[in-house]
Design a protein. Structure first.
Length: 149
């Protein structure tokens, strides 16, 4: 068994020289089975359905949400998925990094809206005098920017 595993490891190290995906995946699946984990092949139809379902769920949640921090969080996640084609699951504390990352993917107008909304949310969280946070116009504009993509 150890010899077979070493052979598969050697085969994997030469896999970039192989011409087909199957020539790479077959030994990888065998090595995974020997190691006790399952290697699944990518299913593009299923992946696409998962992405669309995730996007649809987050869009519905964004439209019904009233909490400004959650609106900003959902908007960032949706914009990231729309512009990169990848799902992102991130905590709310990572929103500033996501906004910074989105700068290179979205238009300057959308990034400005995100940045201003983020500043308003931060001000409402920091100040204890009962400031209201982002205005209704800012919220509507941000939701529209996400929806228009």
């Amino acid at each position: 068994m150890l010899t077979a595993s070493i052979f598969r490891t050697c085969l994997l190290s030469t896999a970039p020289l192989l011409q087909t995906v199957d020539a790479f995946m077959d030994p990888l699946e065998d090595a995974g089975n020997d190691a006790g984990f399952v290697v699944k092949r990518s299913d593009k139809k299923r992946d696409r359905q998962i992405l669309l379902g995730h996007k649809h769920t987050m869009t519905e949640q964004l439209q019904t949400e009233t909490s400004a921090p959650t609106i900003l969080h959902l908007a960032c996640l949706l914009l990231f998925q729309q512009h990169t084609g990848c799902m992102l699951h991130a905590a709310g504390r990572n929103v500033p990094q996501i906004v910074t990352l989105l700068k290179e993917h979205v238009t300057p107008e959308v990034h400005t809206q995100l940045d201003e909304y983020q500043k308003a949310v931060m001000m409402s969280l920091v100040e204890t005098d009962g400031s209201s946070g982002p205005t209704a116009e800012q919220t509507a504009a941000l939701k529209a920017a996400v929806k228009s993509k």
